[in-house]
Design a protein around this ligand. Structure first.
Ligand SMILES: *Cc1c(COP(=O)(O)O)cnc(C)c1O
Length: 379
């Protein structure tokens, strides 16, 4: 088992545990699903309308539009702003592929920039240097649940007239100077993929916005490009949030702050217990209150540490092992190794430790002790 004499008792630590959360809300969620089933308004029904209202209020935004997933939220935001073929959209090279895919599927060119070495969020000065006359949007990603440098990003947007679309798919409830992630740009995009901080029981997503025009466009685009049935104003899509998912999300939304608090407590415990370890702990900007979608450490001995932890029943992840510009899917962009040195270095060293609201102190301790044991045994 790879355990050494004197090692603490062994705990299985999965990377995420959706069952633990389900057990804690089983009765309410089952009842909500049965109510939605019996109501039979499965498409754009009451739960969707109510969830949109509740999520907009929670985020401090004027409106929310429920969609089928987070990629659609990015795509329809871009389309609503008129982004299409010939246009360029700037985002970070170290994001999840969906950010870049959304840009491509709207026919625009993905322009990548490097990230900061401390928070791993987009390097705003690099983004400013990447602006051309064809730039039609900038998409900062609030990576791992920590908002990007929104003052600097909004200032860049104001100075150049380029709209800012926030990819808040990992940052439900996170705060930047008291404002919710997603509520600062012209549109904020959310995914409710099951493992996100606010997750549905299938795919789901939303756009939040303070612009009635953007909300109206996204609503039209998600529903075959119609505002009135069978009157198609635009070649739209079928990208609607369904009522069963909205029913689940309505049960979970009131618990989001509590779950995010629990995630911050887990992060705080990791931070404390990993003091003195060689792993680099996450750096948090004083301007933000992060929600730790992921707790990501760095070590030059990642492969070894990951295997050592796996032997002790501890699951970890890498978010993400291959930067966008080195993905075969983006070979046509013409980037190469060395173009984004911070992103490339970070990609080789990052390791995501188990993180979810229901993790126990014992589990967190077992992970931290195991990291210290690794460093002692393989010194
Ligand atoms: C999850 C995620 C998305 C995409 O969301 P889906 O619901 O899976 O389409 C986009 N961007 C980031 C940063 C994400 O983490």
């Amino acid at each position: 088992m790879g355990e050494v004499a004197g090692a603490p008792a062994r705990f299985e630590v999965p990377f995420v545990d959706l069952k633990a959360q389900y057990r804690s809300i089983e009765d309410q969620v089952n009842a909500a699903l049965l109510r939605a089933a019996a109501r039979t308004d499965y498409i754009l029904g009451e739960d969707v309308a109510l969830f949109e209202r509740e999520f907009a209020v929670y985020c401090g935004a004027a409106e929310a539009v429920g969609l089928d997933n987070g990629t659609s939220a990015l795509e329809l935001s871009l389309r609503a702003l008129g982004v299409g073929p010939g246009d360029e959209v700037i985002t970070a090279a170290n994001t999840f592929i969906a950010t870049a895919l959304a840009i491509n599927s709207m026919g625009a060119r993905t322009v990548l920039v490097d990230c900061r070495p401390d928070t791993y969020n987009i390097d705003v000065e690099a983004a400013a240097r990447a602006v051309t006359t064809r730039t039609k949007a900038i998409i900062p990603v609030h990576l791992y649940g920590q908002p990007a440098d929104m003052d600097a990003i909004m200032e860049l947007g104001d100075r150049t007239g380029i709209p800012i679309i926030e990819d808040a798919c990992q940052a439900h409830g996170a705060l930047y100077k008291g404002k919710r992630a997603g509520s600062m740009g012209v549109a904020g995009c959310f995914s409710f993929y099951p493992a996100k901080n606010l997750g549905a029981y299938g795919d789901a997503g939303a756009v939040i916005t303070n612009s009635p025009k953007v909300a109206d466009e996204v609503r039209m685009l998600r529903n075959y490009g119609q505002r009135v049935k069978y009157h198609h104003l635009s070649a739209g899509f079928n990208r609607r949030l369904d009522s069963m998912q909205a029913a689940v999300l309505r049960v979970k939304l009131p618990l989001l702050d509590e779950w995010n608090r629990a995630r911050r407590a887990v992060a705080g415990l990791y931070d404390r217990l990993l003091e003195g370890s060689e792993v680099v702990r996450p750096a948090v900007s004083p301007d933000v209150k992060p929600v730790y979608h992921l707790y990501v450490v760095r070590t030059p001995r990642r492969q070894e540490l990951q295997s050592f932890l796996a032997e002790r029943g501890i699951s970890t992840g890498i978010h993400y092992p291959i930067p966008m510009h080195l993905q075969p899917a983006y070979a046509h962009l013409g980037y190469g190794a060395g173009d984004f040195p911070v992103t490339e270095k970070v990609a080789e060293e990052i390791l995501s430790l188990p993180m979810y609201a229901e993790l126990t102190g014992e589990q967190v301790r077992w992970v931290a002790d195991s990291i210290h044991d690794f460093e002692r045994e393989r010194a």
